[in-house]
Design a protein around this ligand. Sequence first.
Ligand SMILES: O=C(O)CNC(=O)[C@H](CS)NC(=O)CCC(=O)C(=O)O
Length: 283
Amino acid sequence: MTANFAPTNWQLSAIQLTSQPDPVDNFAVLQQYLAQLPTAERHLVVLPECFAVFGGPDGLQQSYAEVIGDGMLQQQCAALAKQFAIYLVAGTIPTTSVDPQRFSASSMLFSPQGELIADYQKLHLFDVSVADSMGTYRESATTLAGNKLTLSTQGSLKLGMAICYDMRFPGLMQALAAAGMNVLSVPSAFTRVTGEAHWYSLLRARAIENQCFVVAPGQTGVHANGRETFGHSVIISPWGDILADAGTEPGVISVSVDLAACQQLARTMPIKQHNRFNSELKL
Ligand SMILES: O=C(O)CNC(=O)[C@H](CS)NC(=O)CCC(=O)C(=O)O
């Protein structure tokens, strides 16, 4: 059933996966989950970070790195966006960078017509020690950070793009909010340990302080290399309410929202206008 009446009504969905090293397996699961989603005139579906290739040996992602605008992973995403008539945020796809040894983690937006309409390269890389079986994460050894912000306007949707560890850097979202963002996508592969401590707090804060919807799909479970991810993919309202939570099993979550809620809230609580840190106050 289609329940989208006003141009500001959107269906927001997230897909939670336990992605495997081989893209063939992940696209097969993805196809099944996309078929479970409701149909809607305006529908944004977000996939997790590394949805297509995850948990494999060193160098596996690099071996799949594609030129932006061309490549097997992007072609499959474009075809899925078209087949299901959705705006699809392909969580991250490894794309070639200026450094032949390293890829960029690119989040890519495909239109319901199957066109690539926006891309964003992860800005903040996870070089962090964590008290889990991996011990240390050195994302910068394999990945080259991006250096641009991406906000894509599609009708009433103003989509700001971020990835996983980026959620800890609120300056990024504040810049996107200043440009009018009403939905933030945060495809993730959060560790179980840091997820238990920080996932909900970080994401709810980003929604509340920027008065936007947040769609944050995560990887979940134990992956082929023994890495554990947190799951709990969420969709959050501008008020900070958790509208849907996927728990720890792979699956889909989906909610129907009115993006006009963002401007309504901004009228009653105009924090953007009240903010004195845009330019006025400096140390
Ligand atoms: O390396 C890969 O294969 C794909 N990339 C990831 O999984 C990235 C970097 S290791 N994960 C995160 O950013 C987790 C952040 C996190 O957990 C936190 O901020 O607490």
